[in-house]
Design a protein around this ligand. Sequence first.
Ligand SMILES: Cc1cc2nc3c(=O)[nH]c(=O)nc-3n(C[C@H](O)[C@H](O)[C@H](O)COP(=O)(O)O)c2cc1C
Length: 325
Amino acid sequence: MKTAITEMFGIEHPIIQGGMHYVGFAEMAAAVSNAGGLGIITGLTQGTPEKLANEIARCKDMTDKPFGVNITFLPSLTPPDYPGLVKVIIDAGVPVVETAGRNPAQVLPALKDAGIKVIHKCTSVRHSLKAQEIGCDAVSVDGFECGGHPGEDDIPNFILLPRAADELEIPFVSSGGMADGRSLVASIAMGAEGMNMGTRFIATKEAPVHENVKRAIIEASELDTRLVMRPLRNTERVMNNAAVERLLEKEKELGDALTIQDILPEVAGVYPSIMMEGDMDKGAWSCGMVAGLIDDIPTCQELIDRIMTQAEDIIRKRMGAMLDG
Ligand SMILES: Cc1cc2nc3c(=O)[nH]c(=O)nc-3n(C[C@H](O)[C@H](O)[C@H](O)COP(=O)(O)O)c2cc1C
């Protein structure tokens, strides 16, 4: 399937693995890229330029295909060394960067000068248009369904994607709630040139996370995620668990008086224990509603091949037969 996104990134299939904290290691990115999609290393999980350079080198040892690096801008008292991270990305010749969180204007000139393609992930039409205006090459349009930070507008992809299609000139991919060939065909029908997946890629053989995480996703239904940190306007969709229930109780009790300090035990620094050690009740971890559509742990190659076969069947057989009467 040839689309503006496969052409822009030099990949075989229009499928991207979004940056994921403590999931997007070299093993994950290489497996997705080797299967013909675009794998993405999560820059901030590495944290320092030296560690990111090492992770990029490890990924290059595992794949000859293009892969990207995610740079997420988070509100932080001690911001990461963004210029240093950008420098190692450029020096390593990484062809694609996925930005997210805030407007990526501070890193864009350096990346563009180096010829790197930038896809900005955002959750609204206005932020997508801003990304286009400042020179991003593509956008990942992240609907309310998504795992992670859906923003504060709560617009699901059935509305958000066609709205983006009506307004944007640069290509975009769908993100949030995507799992299979049906997702891909629907995304394309709504104007996208491909799709980005997070949660679905965690439940794969190569995802370098504890088996408990994969099992939790398989066992969860579409009813098992919660929105946390809404009172702080930093909404995150997470898997429900004991820590999340405690966090939500605090949000209810404290109301507008809630501060980040009140919920630090549930949200700060919990990813290593959850993702590496499988301590599933340690804290809040991002997970999409799409968990309800996930019930196996294929390899990335099996997953992507299955998606492409299903998409082709839908287009040629189901839709084609409808048109043929
Ligand atoms: C465990 C997890 C961690 C994530 N961490 C990040 C991150 O650090 N930076 C980022 O831009 N997006 C992050 N995301 C969002 C994904 O890149 C992607 O946009 C999202 O998962 C899409 O929704 P889906 O899970 O329904 O596929 C994370 C998602 C998950 C599930």
